[in-house]
Design a protein around this ligand. Structure first.
Ligand code: CMP
Length: 141
């Protein structure tokens, strides 16, 4: 598997709980490299654009409101097979189904307030990374 980049977000619920540092530690301990990070408090328009792929879903409006309730922490992660590895570390979308040891098992409270986000494919990662970061924000090494 080749080196990939993926977009991670520590969502507003996890930032509000004060567990962002613990999540970052898990990312670093897993051997994924953080190439970029910023804190942003998204507007409804920001969240709506980011989750546009879900706009026909019944949970879209509620999801966008949740993502605007406080600041979140988007990051660019890099590593071998980074998309899958970050999704494995996050655990299942629904924390009730998340495996022991995953971030969502530890920190998520519902399928909506689920602590973290991760891109699901290389094309999605390219869109999502560019949504939050310009080339100059990304520190390759
Ligand atoms: P995320 O990985 O950010 O991708 C889309 C998000 O939509 C997901 O995490 C959840 O926060 C949310 N989501 C997915 N399915 C549901 C659902 N059935 N009800 C409410 N929110 C959902």
């Amino acid at each position: 598997m080749s080196v990939q980049r993926t977009l991670a977000i520590i969502k507003p619920d996890a930032v509000a709980k004060g567990v962002a540092g613990q999540i970052i530690t898990k990312i670093e301990q897993a051997g994924l490299t953080i190439l970029a990070a910023r804190m942003i408090h998204m507007s409804g328009e920001d969240a709506g654009g980011f989750y546009a792929v879900h706009r026909a879903r019944p949970f879209y409006q509620s999801l966008c409101e949740f993502m605007t309730q406080g600041p979140c922490l988007p990051m660019v992660l890099e590593g071998d097979d980074a998309i899958r590895r970050w999704r494995d570390l996050m655990g299942a979308t629904d924390p009730a189904k998340a495996a022991a040891g995953t971030i969502r098992k530890a920190f998520a409270s519902s399928i909506e307030s689920n602590a973290v986000h991760g891109s699901d494919a290389p094309e999605t990662a390219a869109f999502e990374i560019a949504y939050f970061f310009s080339a100059l924000d990304i520190h390759a090494r």
